[in-house]
Design a binder for this molecule. Structure first.
Ligand code: ASP
Ligand code: MG
Length: 423
């Protein structure tokens, strides 16, 4: 039996009871004959609390010292878990990200892993220990500074370690039973997905599904590390994310994997732009120079009489101000009439590799929204995804309508949310 990496999120280790429960589960894996490496997040809402605290002593708490502060959260969990395991009669050793060989670039608060040298972890498990690693952190290659990987980064730590240690699987333990066909907080009849391909999971993640970060799934796909997302509370089998269905089990990928939604974006409309070559280029150069990542882009036909057209795009809300400023600055060069900024939008996306070969998916999708009385403002598609922008207040209704229209509703109310404060 090989090595497994298990990752436990903040809600799974929220208090002493949680840590003891996790300790038992980790020991079970060890008793089953695996070498076990555990990655932990900070307890409960610790990271948010530390950020609040930093804000109280300094309005500009960022960079190196914020990283130093936040990594303390995961270090508390790792030491407590090691103690809990030891008290149950098993050997455990905890390691910081730096000690575990997680090497990153130098971008504080959002570092990328560039290498993992897990020699100490390997020796520790070879000596019979359960190794526990603080998630979400590393050390920069050039400056040897402590870095963090951005919010939710512990999953990426787990997958990166699994890749470096040649693990059989990376198990991600969370407060729901797996990946669902929609957010179970919105759709009570959301269905647990048994298996989903890396590709569909990547689309869901970039469309607003919060269960795993895009970066983590991307890493898993690159190194072909199967991920098993499951609950630390229920002990049920969760969702497998991998290239092929696991272990010869005859699982067919559904035509549609799920519906994701995202209310974190805003829409900017550049009104009355001259309809001639180079205009879109100027707009998007201004956005790119401000280092803003756009999402959907739509350009309308110009009315022949005016020779003017509107261009709309979506972007993260927290980049809205920056984008408006960047465009205003180049107003004379671009030559538009006005800018409209709208934060009250939502994006709803339907994802599934099966739509490539099944006609009528877009029609059904739009009919479902129409029957629910939801107006569509923008549409964009890829081979395996359709996304629309609607009013924000319509989002829950829209997600439920689409979920039902594609027969995704489960017969039972199986979607249970076990923990977390939703913070
Ligand atoms: N504790 C960090 C956060 O809350 C990292 C993580 O949980 O993955 O974002
Ligand atoms: Mg957390």
């Amino acid at each position: 039996m090989g090595l497994v990496v298990q990752k436990y999120g903040g809600s799974s280790v929220a208090d002493a009871e949680g840590i003891k429960r996790v300790a038992k589960r980790v020991i079970e894996a060890k008793k089953n004959g695996h070498q076990v490496v555990v990655v932990v997040s900070a307890m409960g809402d610790t990271t948010d609390e530390l950020i609040d605290l930093a804000g109280q002593v300094s309005p500009v708490a960022t960079g190196r010292e914020l990283d130093m502060l936040l990594t303390a959260g995961e270090r508390i969990s790792m030491a407590l878990l090691a103690m809990a395991i030891t008290s149950l009669g098993h050997e455990a050793q905890s390691f910081t990200g730096s000690q575990a060989g997680v090497i990153t670039d130098s971008v504080h608060n959002k570092a990328r892993i560039i290498d993992v040298t897990p020699g100490r972890i390997q020796s520790s498990v070879d000596a019979g220990n359960i190794a526990i690693v603080a998630g979400f952190q590393g050390v920069s290659q050039s400056g040897k500074n402590i870095t963090t990987l951005g919010r939710g980064g512990s999953d990426t730590t787990a997958v990166a370690l699994a890749a470096a240690l040649n693990a059989e699987v990376c198990e991600i333990y969370t407060d729901v039973d797996g990946v669902f066909s929609a957010d179970p907080r919105v759709v009570r009849k959301a269905r647990k997905i048994e298996w989903i391909s890396f590709e569909d999971m990547l689309e869901l993640a970039s469309s607003g599904s919060k269960i795993l970060l895009h970066r983590c799934v991307e890493y898993a796909r690159r190194y072909n590390i199967p991920i098993h997302v499951r609950s630390s509370f229920s002990g049920l089998k969760g969702t497998w994310i991998s290239k092929e269905p696991p272990g010869g089990q005859p699982m067919e990928q559904a035509i549609i994997s799920g519906v994701a939604h995202d209310t974190s974006e805003a829409k900017i409309t550049v009104v009355a732009v001259p309809d001639k070559p180079g205009e879109a280029a100027k707009i998007f150069r201004a956005i790119a120079d401000a280092e803003i990542n756009m999402d959907m882009v739509v350009q309308n036909f110009s009315t022949a009489s005016t020779g003017l057209t509107d261009i709309s795009f979506t972007l993260p809300k927290d980049e809205g101000r920056k984008a408006i400023d960047a465009l205003e600055k180049r107003r004379a060069i671009i030559g538009f009439e006005a800018l409209r900024y709208d934060e009250r939008i939502a994006k709803i996306s339907l994802v599934g590799a099966g739509m490539k070969t099944n006609p009528g998916v877009t029609a059904t999708f739009c009919e479902a929204l129409s029957n629910a009385g939801v107006n569509i403002e923008l549409i964009s598609t890829s081979e395996i995804r359709i996304s629309v922008v609607t009013r924000e207040e319509d989002v829950n209704e829209a997600v439920r309508a689409v979920h039902t229209a594609f027969g995704l509703d489960s017969d039972s109310d199986e979607a249970v949310v076990y923990g977390g404060t939703g913070r």
